[in-house]
Design a protein around this ligand. Structure first.
Ligand SMILES: OC[C@H]1O[C@H](O[C@H]2O[C@H](CO)[C@@H](O)[C@H](O)[C@H]2O)[C@H](O)[C@@H](O)[C@@H]1O
Length: 603
């Protein structure tokens, strides 16, 4: 059975990622890309949907686990009555093929070990043919082939490949699993020791470029490494998370596929990367963005595939029970076809941010921004699905309008501060109109808080972002009132819900969900911005305590059970950690909000 969501660590090669449980089982792996069908899908069913366990014969959770320094090399150790053993898991930088290496190292005594390898292609549906070919074991079905190379004897048990062996102190026994399209020749397996050194060098070089010198450096570096692991290197696209359908509600049906590039999530990620020295990643993201959104601005999508693919049809995998029975398991994401007005603002903000930093402007980027503004000018009055991608009726969401305001604000500053050509006067008029409308229709004067949508009684954690984008200064009583309202009415045990789903049935789904970790980081930032530093720090420390043993956060947290919920590891959450740490450390924040504050003398 799959472990708790917080039991999983991630390893990856910037094209895909595997989740490794505390019991030594890889329960999630899509090959060859993040968004390919999984060949290990036990996470969403049970072992029979594919898994790869490497553990002492007695099994059970590891005694301790850690990443090797600032790398994505995972070390899992068991102390057993026979001795101590370590399994080192890593995915070397991608050469011709994807490799997962599991190196079993004896630390003391002689530990009896067992390996169980159950390969099931197409998310657990397809049982491959498994054949021994020379030193390799090949598993082939349809387009896919996976090869395992090891010197240890293998045998079959109930459609699972098993190895039983003993590892003695000082021994290192490698198992190398390699993916290849089935019509291609058997791949050259990597040399496990050399691949380990290459993997270590890659991550050390990468983290060596980090210029973060604020507080909580270990937590920030681990978050950055995780964000990098969620980057699809061939295109520069940034994923929301490595998994699909980990539930936001025990038992479902709030289960979604996050293995795609959301413009919103990636914009937040870009801010975290740019603010910590990773300009190359930000450049790659901008180029990805320009390619993905090329064409008619009316066709801008809120999310794309890793390579900019537009069609992401949502369907259900009815042969999988779902994580702890939370069904359905979904692949694809219907939110791709939604109208979410904030995305125009976020794209404009991220391109502005790139311009404000050391990334050279291009004519193409400015042409795109002008086209997006033109579209937004004609459409900002429409109701939409909001950043929360509600599946209920469209509404006039306050956050969507605020982000539309942000889009115009960024463009006006591009003209005023960078001398770019544009209709600043017209944009100023639209910006002011949006501002006036939001303050008139989206603010509840009786309760002194912004609401989720015009005329609604519901609250929305996204209104915590109002001071961040510079829509109102943090000192404005309406901002302070909103922060207090969120703190008092939208928190469970101090952790922030996105909104209360039960209010007005806003998202069109049954049931409720956990606390949203990104929103809780936004509360940290907002508390700090309004001068309540101690409260902000206390909440931040509580969030740090929610990280699992290897520093990862899923999307949500359930205060009732103390468990992670939702897809993992999630960029939104890890970004929240980085940005809050930066803010509480007083490190320079290159967001447009800062530019606004400098520009208008606010704060
Ligand atoms: O709550 C319903 C929606 O949940 C998902 O969206 C959430 O995740 C996105 C990726 O991190 C994020 O950008 C968005 O703001 C979140 O609400 C799901 O992808 C949607 O299909 C679903 O409607």
């Amino acid at each position: 059975m799959p472990g708790r969501i917080e039991d999983y660590a991630v390893i990856g090669d910037l094209q895909t990622a595997a989740l490794v449980g505390r019991d030594g089982s890889i329960d999630w792996l899509c090959l060859p890309r993040f968004d390919s069908p999984a060949c290990f899908a036990a996470l969403l069913h049970d072992d029979s949907a594919g898994h790869w366990r490497m553990a002492p014969v007695a099994g059970g959770p590891a005694t301790r686990r850690r990443y090797q320094d600032d790398t994505l090399i995972l070390e899992t150790e068991w102390d057993t009555p026979d001795g101590t053993v370590r399994v080192i898991d890593y995915m070397p930088p991608r050469g011709k093929a994807a490799d997962v290496v599991r190196m079993v190292e004896g630390l003391s005594g002689a530990v009896p070990m067992r390996m169980d390898l159950t390969l099931r292609f197409d998310y657990g549906k397809v049982v491959p043919w498994v054949r021994r070919t020379g030193p390799d074991l090949g598993a082939i079905a349809g387009p896919d082939a996976v090869w395992l190379r090891t010197d240890i004897d293998l045998h079959g048990e109930n459609r699972t490949t098993v190895a039983e062996f003993t590892v003695r102190a000082g021994e290192r026994i490698p198992f190398v699993l390699t993916y290849q399209l089935s019509h291609l020749p058997r791949p050259q397996p990597v040399d496990a020791e050399r691949a380990l050194a290459d993997t270590e060098r890659f991550w050390r070089d990468w983290i060596g470029r980090c210029d973060y010198d604020g507080r909580w450096p270990d937590a920030v570096r681990r978050s950055l490494l995780t964000l990098k692991a969620l980057t699809y290197a061939p295109t520069g696209g940034i994923l929301a998370a490595a998994t699909t359908s980990l539930p936001e509600q025990w038992g479902g049906p709030r289960n979604w596929d996050y293995r795609y590039c959301w413009l919103r999530d990636a914009t937040f990620t870009l801010q975290a990367l740019l603010g910590t020295g990773y300009v190359a990643e930000a450049k790659a993201w901008r180029e990805w963005l320009l390619r993905a959104v090329a064409g008619d601005p009316a066709d801008l999508q809120i999310m794309y595939g890793l390579d900019g693919t537009r069609r992401l049809p949502e369907y259900e995998l009815d042969w999988l029970r779902g994580y702890e029975g939370a069904s359905p398991v979904r692949v694809g994401n219907g939110a791709a076809d939604q109208l979410q007005l904030d995305v125009w603002g976020e794209v404009l903000e991220s391109l502005h941010l790139a311009r404000e930093s050391s990334i050279t402007a291009t004519d193409t980027a400015w042409d795109l921004q002008r086209a997006l503004l033109e579209h937004l000018e004609g459409n900002w009055r429409l109701p939409d699905n909001s950043l929360w991608e509600v599946r209920g009726p469209r509404r006039h969401f306050v956050h969507s309008k605020v982000l539309a305001w942000t889009g115009f604000d960024c463009a006006i500053r591009a003209v005023e501060q960078h001398g770019l050509a544009g209709s600043a006067d017209r944009w100023r008029a639209v910006r002011d109109e949006i501002h006036a409308e939001v303050c008139a229709k989206g603010f509840d004067t009786d309760r002194n808080t912004f609401t989720q949508s015009y005329g609604s009684r519901g609250l929305d954690a996204a209104t915590l972002l109002i001071p961040r984008v510079g829509f109102l200064p943090a000192s404005d009583p309406r901002v302070i009132g909103t922060v207090d309202a969120v703190r008092n009415e939208l928190c469970e045990d101090g952790f922030v819900l996105r909104y209360r789903p039960e209010t007005e049935g806003v998202d069109g789904l049954p049931g409720t969900e956990g606390a949203f970790l990104a929103c809780t980081f936004w509360l940290v930032d907002a508390l700090d911005a309004i001068g309540r530093r101690t409260e902000a720090e206390q909440l931040f420390e509580r969030l740090l305590d929610l990280r699992n043993d290897v520093g990862l956060l899923a999307e949500e947290y359930d205060p009732a059970t103390g468990r992670h919920m939702g897809n993992t590891p999630q960029a939104f959450s890890m970004v929240g950690l980085v940005n809050s740490a930066r803010q509480l450390s007083g490190t320079t924040t290159r967001t447009s909000a800062d530019a606004t504050q400098q520009h208008t003398g606010r704060r």
